[in-house]
Design a protein around this ligand. Sequence first.
Ligand SMILES: [Zn+2]
Length: 289
Amino acid sequence: MNLDALAGNARLKSQLSGASHLPHAILLGGPRGSGRHTLARLLAQAMVCDRPDIAPCGQCLNCRRVAEGIHPDVPPLSAFVSSKDRDKKDIVVDTIRNLRNDAFIRPNQAKRKVYLIDPAETMNVNAQNALLKVLEDGPEYASFLLIAENPMALLETIRSRCVCYELTPPGGQAERSDLPEDPKVKAAVERFAAAFREQSELALMEWSVGVQNDKLSREQMAQFYERIVALCADALAHRPGAYLWGNALSPQQFSALAQLCKNGWAAMERNVSPAHSAGWFAVSAWELM
Ligand SMILES: [Zn+2]
């Protein structure tokens, strides 16, 4: 596959270039500027291109129509939004139902139909559950490209049915796994990972006492949560940062842990004290194990 148009992301590009066929459900995650929309366009082109040997060729009618956003078999999500839902910020269940009905109509011009769902994390739970059905038993020619800044915000059931690719901004944080600069945050992260690795309730409680003794500020506690979310993402994507965790956790546990951190992080914005938050987090994390 020819992915020269995508900046950076060398490892991901070589991985995809060697792929003999593209999966029917793909989840592209990554922050702003990481190229997830560019990659989505290239993958959509590759799926419908007339020249599979050099796809996406960028020259055939299918490729050009995708680039212009006018390919009949690569419709924008907005085509499925009912007029009553135009003002809604979330992607609602009716939109996904309309998409599903469309998926059962055979492609018009290409061999495949490609549905882009962007930003996928704005699907509400009902919409995600409706999508799940199409991912499971949609027609063979239908492919789904989910784009999300934060893939962890999607239901685990959706993520597990997609092949996930995580993009990073060029020249940016290729190794997000490095530890934070702030010594208090760094110590809190290391101690927490160690307690989790040992699966020890006592170590988790000691960790929360340590946070109180170190008098972490609200900002430092927020950084702690942010860092644990990044480390969970590293573990789920098998990146080097995962070493901190050992091998004790399942993907479901990492997802649940990341969700806990997001709740903890949100609580920091609501003026919950760091000491109180650490106590809550230690108990909740223990319940995960
Ligand atoms: Zn082409």
